[in-house]
Design a protein around this ligand. Structure first.
Ligand code: SF4
Ligand code: SF4
Length: 420
C-alpha cells in the first residue's frame, strides 16, 4: 500500500515552567493592517469594502451569510489598499483586506440600543454582531461565546482554563478586566437566573487566589483543574466539570470573551484587541501583549525583541504546529506564541512506535492514537473514521508524550482534511 507524507510538528520543550507576567505590554497598531476574512470550520466573510475606500474604526469590512460567521470590523481608520489572498500563519490561503492605518482612529458611531429590552434571539444576534467568535482557527477547535440560549440551561461554565502552557494569561481577567468580567457574570446571571454558574480556572496557585478573590461577593463557584490543552473543546470541559458530555444542560462561555461581551451589550462598545502570551528562548521581552486585530505576527516579534527564532509555534502549543508565515495576521483564537531557539527544540527524528500505550493513556476522548496513526499512514481512512478518529479534539497530548516522537496529531489532521 502506498505511503504518503504527513507534515511534521515541532516537539516543544518539556518541563518548562509556566511564567507569570504582571504587566501588559501594549502593541501600537502598525501602518499596514491585515484582516483575514476566514473563520472557523473553513467558512468565510465577503468583503464590504473595495480598494481605495476610506474606513473608520468600528466599520464592518466583511460580512458572512452563514449563521456561524461573524462580521469583521476595522480596528483602525485608514484606506483600503487591497482585497486579496494571502497565506495565514499555518500556510493556508485566506482572503484578506489590507488597510493602511492613518493613525487618526476616527470612529464610526454605533447605533444605541437597550439590551434589557431585547429578546433572547435578538440578544444572540447582538452578541454575534460583536464579531467575537474565534476567527480562522489553527485546528478544529470549538470555542467562543456561542450562547445556546436554551431556556433550560442548568449550568453555565465560564472557561478560563486555556490560559497558556508556558505562562498564564488569565491574570489579566482578575487584575486588568475585573470590572467588565464581573459585569459579564452579572449579565449571564440576569439571563440564566436559576443556573449554576461556575468559573473553570487552572489549578495554578496564583489563578486560584486571583479568581477566589474576584468572585468573593458573587454566587459564582470556582473549579480549578490542572492546566491542560483539551478544555478548548467545549464538550470536554462540560463533561469534566458537570458530567454533561453532550452539553445538553450546559453552556460553555470563553472567559476571555466575557468582558468584551459585557462592554458590547452594556456600553455598546466593540473590543478590537486580544491578548497574546509571547514566550520562548528567542524572546528578549517575554510577556503578555495586547494586540490590535489586524496586526501581523512579525510586528509583535519586533515589539518583543525576538531574535532569530529557530522555530515558532502558535495556538495549541502541545500540537506543535509550526508557524508558516510571519507576515500573516494573528488569529483571534490564539493566546500563546512561542519563539524557540535551537536548543529548545527537540530535533530527534520520528522513530518506530514501541507500543508503549502512553498516547492512549493521555487521550481525553479515549482513542488509540498509535492504531489510528497506522491507519492514516496506510491511507485507510474508512477504518480511521470507523475507529472514531473523527472524535480527536486535536489537543496534541498524544504527540507530546510519545517517546518515539511520532507526529500523531499531524497525522489525524491530515486524515480529517482528506475526508473533507
Ligand atoms: S506513545 Fe508513541 S511509541 Fe507509545 S504507543 Fe503511542 S505512538 Fe507508539
Ligand atoms: S488522539 Fe491525540 S490529539 Fe486527538 S484527542 Fe487524543 S490525545 Fe488529543
Amino acid at each position: 500500500m502506498k505511503l504518503f507524507s504527513i507534515s511534521k510538528a515541532v516537539h516543544v520543550p518539556k518541563f518548562k515552567e509556566a511564567e507569570h507576567f504582571s504587566t501588559i505590554i501594549d502593541v501600537e497598531a502598525p501602518k499596514n493592517m491585515v484582516y483575514s476574512l476566514s473563520q472557523q470550520h473553513n467558512m468565510k466573510c465577503s468583503p464590504t469594502v473595495k480598494r481605495n475606500d476610506r474606513v473608520l474604526v468600528n466599520q464592518i469590512i466583511g460580512v458572512g451569510e452563514n449563521n456561524s460567521v461573524v462580521p469583521v470590523y476595522a480596528s483602525v481608520s485608514g484606506t483600503v489598499k487591497q482585497v486579496t489572498t494571502k497565506v495565514d500563519l499555518m500556510g493556508n490561503k485566506v482572503d484578506v483586506i489590507l488597510i493602511e492605518n492613518d493613525f487618526l482612529y476616527e470612529k464610526e458611531e454605533r447605533e444605541a440600543f437597550d439590551y434589557s429590552a431585547l429578546t433572547f434571539d435578538e440578544l444572540r444576534e447582538k452578541i454575534k454582531a460583536l464579531g467575537l467568535i474565534e476567527t480562522q482557527n489553527l485546528s478544529n477547535r470549538k470555542r467562543g461565546m456561542q450562547l445556546s440560549f436554551k431556556d433550560d440551561v442548568k449550568n453555565v461554565l465560564i472557561n478560563a482554563q486555556e490560559s497558556g502552557l508556558y505562562g498564564q494569561v488569565d491574570s489579566y481577567l482578575y487584575e486588568n478586566e475585573r470590572e467588565d468580567f464581573l459585569r459579564g457574570l452579572g449579565l449571564v446571571r440576569s439571563l440564566y437566573k436559576n443556573a449554576n454558574i461556575t468559573v473553570l480556572s487552572t489549578s495554578d496557585a496564583d489563578s486560584v487566589i486571583g479568581f477566589t478573590e474576584l468572585l468573593k461577593n458573587t454566587d459564582v463557584k470556582l473549579i480549578s483543574k490542572i492546566p491542560t490543552q483539551f478544555y478548548h473543546d467545549m464538550n470536554l470541559a462540560s463533561r469534566d466539570v458537570f458530567g454533561d458530555f453532550a452539553m445538553k444542560y450546559t453552556m460553555v462561555v470563553d472567559a476571555f470573551l466575557l468582558p468584551a461581551v459585557a462592554r458590547g451589550l452594556l456600553d455598546n462598545r466593540l473590543t478590537h484587541y486580544q491578548l497574546l502570551l509571547v514566550n520562548g528562548g528567542a524572546v528578549k521581552n517575554p510577556g503578555i501583549y495586547k494586540v490590535m486585530s489586524g496586526t501581523t505576527l512579525n510586528y509583535v516579534m519586533e515589539a518583543a525583541g525576538v531574535e532569530d527564532p529557530f522555530r515558532v509555534v502558535a495556538g495549541n502549543i502541545l500540537s506543535g504546529d509550526a508557524v508558516f508565515a510571519m507576515d500573516a495576521p494573528i488569529n483571534r483564537g490564539i493566546r500563546e506564541v512561542l519563539f524557540l531557539n535551537e536548543n529548545e527544540v527537540n530535533k530527534e527524528e520520528e522513530m518506530n512506535c514501541i507500543k508503549c500505550g502512553r498516547c492512549a493513556d493521555v487521550c481525553p476522548v479515549g482513542l488509540q492514537p498509535y492504531e489510528l496513526n497506522a491507519l492514516v499512514i496506510n491511507r485507510d481512512f474508512d477504518e480511521f473514521f470507523k475507529n472514531r478518529g473523527g472524535m480527536c479534539v486535536e489537543c496534541g497530548r498524544c504527540s507530546y508524550v510519545c517517546p518515539s516522537k511520532r507526529h500523531l496529531l499531524q497525522s489525524f489532521k491530515t486524515a480529517k482534511k482528506v475526508k473533507r
